[in-house]
Design a protein around this ligand. Structure first.
Ligand code: SF4
Length: 324
């Protein structure tokens, strides 16, 4: 893989927050690369650190450790003019368009906003033309131009969010649970739109979700997070075919199979979720893992490449991969 292929890289990324009880380890040693034009899905339950990871990459919050490389440049601590320039190249699509869009602005004003902030269009006519083009691109009819967010359905609101993210022609977009707030029937439309835009524009996505069934259709590779740590990473097909980490297996077993004959044994992850504040030594999943052994409570497992491109953070993953 050449340096040019890799558009974004995180190396041993860490983010800690000071809380009353100590240090909350929101992101703890996450390493990955994303190639241009591809999608890395980041999956995990609420509170696993996946949204914080997205914010770190965009510089919305500072890192506690590690490095971020964008197109080969170390942008970990970029500030001022460089950070402003990076904001054009790296954008975000938010989960809930109803709360991320200013309710006082109509569709036209919402989409025009980033263009105005960066003074991209030389005239009002050019601005309107650009907004019309973006609306067409994301499939919003021109007659919606002056509609306010509360007058639109969730799918159209999210299309406005996507148009705003695309306005400055970025290379990389963090999609933070972009379809979670939408009806199932609309989710597929928005996912298809994101895929189409990626094909047409060579976009690179980091796609954050708690729902593995959503990420399956859009991701080339998947990174599974548990309590701030990366527990498994693999090409999407491999992860669905042969997951190795007990936590990933548990997540996958919860996905319903849309077939009369399909059946999957649900793995119930019982036990208490340990705290990400001052985490104890050992595997963070041990309290919920059906395979936990004494060693798991003592020693934190390293992330090991068990097959080419398939990384797993579990002491016993190779033996467990056949069962469960
Ligand atoms: Fe389970 Fe132990 Fe593997 Fe952790 S290291 S996932 S507790 S078997």
């Amino acid at each position: 893989m050449t340096a040019v292929d890799v558009i974004l890289e995180g190396r041993e990324l860490r983010k800690e927050f000071d809380v009353a009880a100590g240090k909350l380890h929101a992101v703890d040693g996450v390493t990955f690369q994303i190639q241009r034009g591809r999608t890395l899905g980041v999956v995990g339950e609420s509170g696993c650190g996946k949204s914080t990871l997205g914010q770190l990459l965009l510089g919305l919050t500072g890192v506690s450790g590690g490095r971020i490389l964008f197109k080969g440049e170390d942008v970990t601590h970029a500030k001022g003019v460089r950070r402003r320039a990076l904001r054009r190249e790296m954008q975000m699509i938010f989960q809930d368009p109803m709360s991320s869009l200013d309710p006082r602005l109509c569709a036209m004003e919402l989409i025009a906003e980033p263009l105005q902030i960066y003074k991209v269009c030389p005239s009002r006519a050019a601005l309107e033309e650009r907004v019309r083009g973006l609306m067409e691109l994301v499939g919003i009819s021109e007659r919606m131009m002056y509609a306010y967010p509360h007058e639109l359905d969730g799918g159209r609101r999210q299309r406005i969010g996507i148009a705003r993210a695309l306005a400055l022609e970025p290379d990389f977009i963090v999609c933070d649970e972009p379809v979670s707030a939408l009806d199932v029937s609309i989710q597929a439309q928005v996912l298809n739109l994101l895929k189409q835009l990626q094909r047409d524009r060579g976009l690179t996505y980091l796609f954050i979700t708690h729902d593995l069934s959503v990420v399956k259709h859009i991701s080339d590779d998947i990174l599974v997070m548990y309590m701030g740590q990366m527990v498994e990473k693999a090409p999407s097909k491999t992860l669905f075919r042969a997951p190795m980490h007990p936590y990933t297996k548990g997540l996958l077993s919860a996905i319903p199979i849309p077939s009369l004959h399909g059946r999957r044994d649900r793995i119930i992850m019982e036990g208490e979720i340990t705290s990400p504040v001052n985490p104890k030594p050992g595997c963070r999943f041990a309290a919920r893992c059906p395979y936990a052994q004494e060693r798991c409570r003592r020693e934190q497992p390293d992330l090991r490449e068990l097959e080419p491109g398939h990384f797993v953070g579990c002491h016993y993953a190779p033996e467990l991969s056949g069962g469960g």
